[in-house]
Write a protein that binds this ligand. Structure first.
Ligand code: MN
Length: 752
């Protein structure tokens, strides 16, 4: 594959110049080679229908040309060819591939296709037809289209396979496009299509897509590596032959039927290695891999692969850390093989991939080959499970497309890990999944009550990132419920959707109380509790919905005291015209002080979900432990237990980088902060202040001192808050008290 890409790069396709007669012949020649590739699957009846699809497409596209000047029909024929030869799809997919651009670009309608080729073909072509939007080429349209493809995928995975063939063909002919189109198509390819091809098990297509995208995105690096690969080819071939020789002899002597060859790694993967490891081209040791393909009966597959392994390791020493057994647990995209890395001649590490013919076909043609071998067996395998998970996520999804695409990427295109339940059942999760993701994977009821987990019998918090092979037991509590910041803990779509559902449900319940309050207030004014009046309030408070109004009233974020200023006209209320507000200096000062400290204190972001923190590996704190936060350079806030073995040293040497933290009930962590209050001395002021803090706002007070002098008082309060929003609310409420002159935030040093 890499070799192909090199030659394609060095020698761009010649300009297209065929006369109409030659062109006609060329179209037919290409169509015939498609038929030839299809031959094993063709019979008299379906040959007719393929011909029909070809003619319909050729007729529909007949006035259209590709950017290269070629007749458009070259493209659908080439896409169909990829479907047949490189993906292993059959007659129906060929028909769909031939027709895939007709509905979008020509006068042919879906009804035409359904009438001529039936419902199944029409459905697939519909899935392949882009959604037309008013605004062209924005990112959300791309996401929208991608989502549509996925929706169809759940009915018929062929849609995505044909889409990948289409994308590959377009990438292969990208040189004729404008630079900006090349960049756009290449980044989409890297971002979505290559990972998707990978997940569909189409390794060759994935590799070629990556190489082609790199060719346009990083032309210099691409050219450089391609050149060096070409320069070192002779040397490499010599080495491969030297390496293979003893293996060939031993395998032949043992009576194996096998193929063995060296395969260069792709330019993109070499480049990734250079970037990731900061090495030069000459230092990348695995520029190629050796592949051994054997052909045993299906029952003997595993045994034979391990026999080959044993023969290899008799000849060369294996690196025990680089043995990958995808025989016993195949990847969810269906990939099966045994990989090992051995020490070859001249002290070079060499990767060897051992596969059977069946496994190789699946590795190269992915999904289609996978289904071919699976025929007749009803066992739900990992690929089916993966599809099932996508189906589930799509069914529940109501987020916008861009979010969906992001979620989809982290949930379904990421590499996966395998974790075990206490009973030893295996669960597949995307890399980066947390204990909470696992809990939701088990069951929504388990997820929403999850307070922590045990991994290998050790307690961990819900945010603990799982590793392959972990055995996880979820700890639940009936008192637990999902909170907003859980959304930052999970990566799986399922967990996200379920958490959002629960939050919405809770909001609705809470809003019921608010609704009652609003009703009472309106009735108190002698006006109706009706849609019009509610709408007036929603607009006045600039809220997105009445649910939001009721909710905000219920949680006392809105107290409706402004209602007093509303005009009452009969049964209707009307919001007063906005006044020009002159800000008082005192307020300005406070605001400034808060903002200034904001930038100094990383513990107060805009809201709690922006606080970057991680849990220290040395002491694995869990909710409820005594903890403190340590401001690390680069890694944000790290939470340690106060009895952590490192605590004393950290506290002693880096006291200025220590931040007091405390677990909060649902929001995990709250932060200690302080307020300085100055006002007129007044009996009961302490009571009023504490009432606001712990009564109304339910914020924990860590300490409170009040001093009064000559009719003035000065108080300091230390409180645990979750985020700036909560603190702001607190400051606002205290300022509203009679006689309060100034409310200021503390510096952390003063809190001590
Ligand atoms: Mn196309």
């Amino acid at each position: 594959m890499a070799q192909q890409a090199i030659s394609a790069f060095d020698a761009p396709a010649p300009e297209y110049n065929l006369n109409p007669e030659q062109e006609k012949k060329e179209i037919l020649r290409r169509y015939r080679s498609l038929l030839k590739a299809l031959r094993p699957k063709l019979n008299k009846g379906n040959k007719q229908i393929v011909r029909h699809a070809f003619e319909m497409s050729a007729e529909a596209h007949k006035t259209m040309r590709r950017k290269s000047g070629e007749p458009y029909i070259f493209h659908p024929i080439a896409v169909a060819m990829i479907c047949v030869e490189e993906i292993g799809l059959g007659i129906r997919s060929t028909i769909c591939a031939l027709l895939h651009d007709t509905v979008e670009d020509t006068d042919v309608t879906l009804e035409d296709i359904e009438r001529e080729f039936g419902n199944e073909v029409a459905k697939i072509v519909d899935g392949l037809t882009k959604i037309a939007t008013v605004v062209d080429t924005n990112s959300s349209q791309q996401a929208e289209n991608f989502k549509k493809i996925l929706l169809t995928l759940t009915d018929d995975p062929r849609v995505i396979l044909i889409k990948l063939a289409d994308r590959l063909q377009n990438m292969r002919t990208l040189e004729h496009m404008k630079r900006e189109k090349q960049l756009k198509a290449s980044s989409e390819t890297i971002w979505v299509y290559a990972p998707l091809a990978h997940r569909m098990g189409l390794y060759n297509i994935k590799t070629e897509l990556e190489d082609l995208a790199m060719k346009y995105m990083e032309p210099e690096a691409y050219r450089d590596i391609a050149k060096r690969l070409a320069e070192t080819k002779r040397e490499r071939t010599k080495y491969i032959n030297e390496f293979i020789k003893p293996l060939k002899e031993k395998l032949t002597a043992a009576g194996f039927q096998f193929e063995i060859y060296g395969r260069p790694k792709s330019i993109h993967s070499i480049w990734n290695k250079i970037k990731k490891k900061g090495v030069t081209f000459d230092e990348v040791y695995d520029l190629f891999a050796i592949r051994i393909i054997v052909n045993p009966t299906q029952e003997k597959e595993k045994e034979e692969c391990w026999k080959v392994y044993s023969i290899i390791t008799d000849a060369y020493n294996p690196n025990p850390e680089r043995l990958r057994d995808w025989l016993s647990s195949p990847k969810s995209n269906g990939y099966e093989a045994l990989h090992t890395t051995v020490m070859g001649p001249h002290g070079k590490w060499v990767e060897i991939q051992i596969r059977t013919k069946r496994m190789n076909e699946i590795a190269e043609k992915g999904l289609a080959a996978h289904y071919k071998y699976k025929e007749g067996s009803n066992n739900e395998d990992r690929f089916d499970k993966w599809l099932g998970q996508i189906r589930e996520a799509l069914a529940q999804d109501d987020t916008d497309s861009i979010n969906f695409l992001n979620d989809f990427k982290t949930s379904f295109l990421a590499e996966e890990i395998y974790v075990y339940t206490p009973k030893g059942e295996v669960r597949m999760l995307p890399k980066g999944a947390t204990a909470l993701d696992f809990a939701f994977a088990i069951h929504t009821a388990v997820g929403s009550k999850c307070i922590g987990a045990k991994v290998q019998h050790k307690l961990v918090p819900i945010s603990h990132k799982l590793k392959s092979g972990d055995q996880v037991e979820i700890i639940t509590s009936t008192k637990q419920k999902p909170s907003e910041d859980w959304l930052n803990i999970v990566v799986t779509t399922k967990a996200k959707v379920k958490i959002k559902d629960a939050l919405r449900e809770e909001k609705r319940t809470i809003a019921e109380d608010g609704k009652y309050v609003v009703q009472k207030k309106l009735e108190g004014l002698g006006v109706g509790f009706n849609q019009k009046n509610i709408e007036e309030l929603v607009q006045f408070y600039k809220l997105p919905s009445q649910l939001e109004l009721f909710y905000k009233v219920a949680i006392k974020k809105i107290d409706l005291k402004e209602l007093k200023e509303f005009l009452i006209i009969g049964d209707k209320i009307e919001a007063p015209k906005p006044k020009i507000v002159v800000k008082e200096t005192i307020e300005e000062n406070t605001k400034k002080a808060v903002n200034k400290k904001d930038s100094e204190l990383i513990i107060f972001g805009e809201s709690s979900d922006k606080i970057q923190y991680s849990l220290a590996k040395c002491c694995n704190p869990i909710p409820g432990d005594d903890v403190f936060g340590f401001v690390s350079s680069g890694k944000g806030l790290i939470i340690h237990r106060t009895n952590c073995p490192n605590a004393a040293q950290l506290l002693a040497n880096f006291g200025h980088r220590v931040v007091k933290t405390k677990w909060a009930k649902n929001k995990e962590i709250s932060f200690l902060t302080g307020l300085k209050i100055i006002g007129m001395d007044d009996v009961g002021v302490v009571h009023k202040i504490t009432n606001i803090i712990s009564g109304d706002l339910k914020i924990n007070i860590a300490g409170l001192t009040i001093e009064s002098k000559e009719g003035l008082f000065e108080g300091t309060i230390k409180v645990f808050v979750h985020d700036k929003e909560e603190l702001d609310e607190l400051v606002k409420r205290i300022k509203e008290l009679k006689g309060i002159q100034k409310v200021d935030r503390f510096d952390m040093e003063e809190i001590g």
